[in-house]
Design a protein around this ligand. Structure first.
Ligand SMILES: Cc1cc2nc3c(=O)[nH]c(=O)nc-3n(C[C@H](O)[C@H](O)[C@H](O)COP(=O)(O)OP(=O)(O)OC[C@H]3O[C@@H](n4cnc5c(N)ncnc54)[C@H](O)[C@@H]3O)c2cc1C
Length: 479
């Protein structure tokens, strides 16, 4: 059997490992991996870049070995002992090195071929698929697409404008384009915005003012220390197994509330104090740890690996209800910022080196400057960096990579109703509105955030890819 994996970021690498580990004994197969990048397993997020950006997930939750949750900590003890604390937020560069070392051996096997090429088209044949790059063509029985992230969003139509950095990574290259004599505007204040500001300050000794242009409140929550060993969590795989399917949202919420009571977490208190990421709330969280917030964050991180299963066990109408009523709150508490990063940002804010401009309405271009209009004022910048995240709506993306465009034009892929592209769960087989389930074509990674409940972090990425590989062979053996 000839298999292709397009992309060798964390998704593609985890899938390769799973396919190798679960392949039926004495079954003859060959896997060709395509990727123009030489970054193996680290992909876009953990690429060889500045050492300043930090993970937003603690060491505890980032092992890439599903049977050993201590693996990253053990690796850090050998390679970066000062970072080897389960609650630490390590540099993303170090996480990339860890992944690279963990996955390299799978690419060295005899039946694995690696091509440093971008796949431009994937055409459905009578049997299988024809993949084309600028250098080669080949046909495969099965294709797994692990293409990474959708393009960055372009909410203010600035793509291609001079002085505007649309995709800020790799920071070590894009930030070189800036003129240190001028101020810099960053659109957004999420993790990417913080990465940019911290890298400018640390790697470039940036002195001109950095302004974050935002619509409303600046942040989510501060990552609290959470060494708890006694969190009570009844929602787990066993609990889900005992429920009648489809799962009722009411039942899930009731169990969640019971778990909150058992852990002495008062949800009214949490909502009152932490549901808005205002400067006041963030400063309060930085000044003193809050035990209830801390416990809730830990509870949600422990729950994280099974969120896609829970979400997909709900009826579609209940999923919509979940989005309307609960998802914002859960996302807000789960989207934690490393304390170290926020302390620095507030230090620079207090000394006037950075500023937050809220009420962002419009950005227009004119005479070598960007005119930024907020609810109260107008600002000018000559250099602006986009930190608004990815455009998960394929129809709104400012551009599409050739392969995605062709698959869309051929009606092989279809938008998910809320986010990204549609696949089946858990097998991750591509679903087309026009053609139904597309045989032997699979898609994993951030393009399927909508199916995995927009929580495509490293942990979910590894787990989902693992499951897809396992399921694939399971189905093939049965056939
Ligand atoms: C900036 C950033 C920071 C993040 N930080 C965290 C964090 O702190 N904690 C956390 O848990 N999660 C984090 N994440 C989530 C992270 O994206 C996922 O964990 C994971 O890295 C996604 O891996 P991937 O392989 O799907 O995508 P990618 O890493 O983007 O890899 C996709 C690969 O596919 C290749 N490719 C694309 N198209 C083609 C083609 N046509 N032909 C051949 N090859 C192709 C690309 O070259 C690339 O190597 C972060 C994400 C980003 C973007």
């Amino acid at each position: 059997m000839k298999i292709a994996i397009v992309g060798q970021g964390l998704s593609g690498a985890s899938l390769l490992r799973s396919l190798i580990e679960y392949a039926p004994k004495s079954f003859n197969y060959q896997i060709t991996v395509y990727d123009p990048s030489d970054q193996l397993a680290s992909g876009f997020a953990y690429q060889n870049d500045s050492g300043i950006p930090l993970m937003n997930t603690a060491v505890r939750a980032l092992s890439c070995q599903l049977n050993n949750s201590q693996d990253l900590k053990e690796w850090l003890l050998v390679h970066h002992p000062h970072e080897a604390n389960p609650n630490n937020f390590i540099p993303r560069l170090i996480y990339g090195q860890y992944l690279n070392q963990a996955y390299t051996k799978y690419y060295q096997l005899e039946n694995i071929i690696t091509l440093r090429e971008e796949v431009l088209t994937c055409k459905k044949q009578e049997k299988g698929y024809l993949l084309t790059t600028s250098k080669s063509k080949d046909t495969f029985d099965v294709v797994f697409l692990a293409l990474g992230h959708p393009p960055y969003a372009d909410y203010y139509n600035l793509y291609g404008c001079e002085g505007y950095i649309h995709n800020p990574y790799p920071l070590s290259q894009t930030l070189n384009q800036l003129n240190p004599k001028h101020s810099v505007g960053i659109i957004g204040s999420g993790l990417t915005a913080i990465d940019i500001a911290r890298t400018l300050k640390h790697d470039y000794n940036w002195e001109s003012i950095i302004r974050f242009y935002i619509q409303d409140q600046p942040f989510h929550t501060v990552a609290m220390p959470n060494n708890f060993t006694d969190i009570i969590r009844n929602i787990n795989e066993d609990w889900l197994f005992e429920q009648n399917l489809p799962l009722s949202l009411g039942c899930l919420v009731d169990q969640f509330k019971q778990d909150m009571l058992a852990n002495h977490i008062d949800l009214h208190y949490i909502t009152r104090n932490f549901s808005k990421g205002t400067h006041r709330s963030i400063r309060q969280q930085l000044a003193a740890d809050d035990i209830q917030l801390s416990k809730l964050q830990r509870y949600l991180w422990d729950l994280n690996p099974i969120l896609p299963q829970l979400y997909n066990a709900l009826l579609p109408s209940e999923r919509i209800k979940y989005h309307k009523k609960y998802s914002q709150f859960i996302k807000h508490i789960k989207s934690q910022m490393p304390r170290k990063s926020l302390c620095e940002i507030y230090q620079w804010f207090d000394s006037g080196e950075v500023d937050f401009i809220s009420g962002l309405k419009k950005i227009s271009t004119g005479q070598e400057k960007f005119l930024i209009t907020t609810n109260h004022q107008e600002f000018h910048e000559v250099q602006l960096i986009n930190a608004t995240g990815f455009q998960h709506r394929i129809d709104l993306a400012p551009y599409l990579p050739p392969l995605i465009k062709q698959l869309w034009d051929d009606k092989l892929i279809s938008p998910h109703p809320s986010h990204g592209l549609q696949v089946s769960y858990p097998s991750s087989q591509v679903v087309s509105i026009d053609k139904g389930l597309i045989p032997n074509l699979f898609l994993i990674g951030p393009w399927i955030d909508g199916v995995l409940l927009t929580s495509n972090d490293a942990n979910i990425t590894i787990r989902h890819a693992h499951r897809v590989g396992q399921n694939f062979w399971h189905k093939n053996i049965r056939l």
